[in-house]
Design a protein around this ligand. Structure first.
Ligand code: ADP
Length: 265
């Protein structure tokens, strides 16, 4: 279902076809967000894209919407009239929600990016890690699985990463590779380390990787955290502590890229 709406900018759907999750945002002709939809990517970006566009259109009685796609699978979205890079979409999405934003930190399932914004939401600099799983959501997924938790339970289980331990009695995970980090976790648990302490160490290890990205762009406040992983407030706290900056969670953080795509339509 694609094409132009009848009035003004028309109805617009932004699709963010990520490696882990596909997100869609419906924007009405007045520019307001009307609805959102999400599904797992399942390695079938074309099918999931069509499903989300149909779902939003049917649910809201929209006959025609202009579709713009971003994300890893964007070229597979058959209904999209245009594709745009993730950096542009995240920058615009966050700027529209939080016009004061000067830095965007996006952490998804398999990548992480930092974007420094200039006036009017322009992109001044960006850095991306899509090579190494450490510093992305997949590291947290592995760690959660190890302790039979869901990713949504990690924050509550860990509590605040800094409040529980002084520097002297903290457990550290030193491996910068997820595979070695997993064996380190297993070893720590076998030696009796409490699961929450091991998981707090995992969060700090990820925060250290994220710090490298933030440094690359000279991140400044206000910094907004986006992506599915932004729901993890323990990680936001660990990043804030590591980087020495206040980390604010963007509104509906997982949909920021899809919102940017919709606004570019
Ligand atoms: P991508 O665009 O790369 O597919 P997303 O921005 O959609 O990634 O985020 C997906 C990631 O968010 C996954 O690693 C998933 O485990 C994580 N995630 C999703 N929901 C939550 C939650 N409630 N708490 C913590 N992490 C979450």
């Amino acid at each position: 279902m694609s094409g132009y709406g009848a009035s003004g900018g028309g109805w617009r759907i932004g699709l963010d076809l990520g490696s882990t999750a596909a997100k869609a945002v419906l924007v009405d002709p007045g520019g307001s967000v009307l609805d959102r939809a999400l599904d797992v990517s399942r390695g079938e970006p074309a099918a999931v894209a069509e499903k989300l566009v149909n779902e939003l259109s049917l649910r809201n009685g929209v006959e025609k919407a202009r579709v713009v796609a971003t994300g890893y699978g964007r070229s597979m979205a058959g209904s999209a009239s245009r594709t745009v890079t993730e950096i542009s979409c995240h920058a615009l999405g966050v700027h529209s929600l939080h016009p004061d934003a000067k830095t965007v930190l996006d952490i998804g399932g398999q990548d992480a990016k930092a974007i420094r914004l200039g006036s009017g939401g322009s992109i001044e600099d960006f850095a991306m890690n899509d090579r190494c799983a450490a510093g992305t959501g997949s590291f947290l997924e592995m760690a959660a699985r190890r302790f039979s938790l869901g990713v949504g339970e990690l924050s509550t289980f860990c509590g605040n990463t800094s409040a529980h331990e002084s520097d002297g009695n903290r457990i550290e995970i030193s491996s910068t590779c997820v595979v070695f980090a997993e064996s380190e976790m297993v070893g720590l648990a076998a030696r009796g380390a409490p699961p929450a302490a091991v998981l707090r160490a995992v969060h700090r290890a990820i925060a250290k990787r994220v710090l490298l990205l933030l440094r690359q762009v000279n991140a400044v406040e206000p910094l907004y955290f986006t992506g599915g992983v932004a729901a993890n407030t323990a990680l936001a706290a660990a990043i804030a502590e590591e980087a020495g900056v206040r980390v604010s969670i963007a509104d509906h953080p997982q949909f920021a890229g899809a919102l940017g795509a919709a606004l570019l339509a």
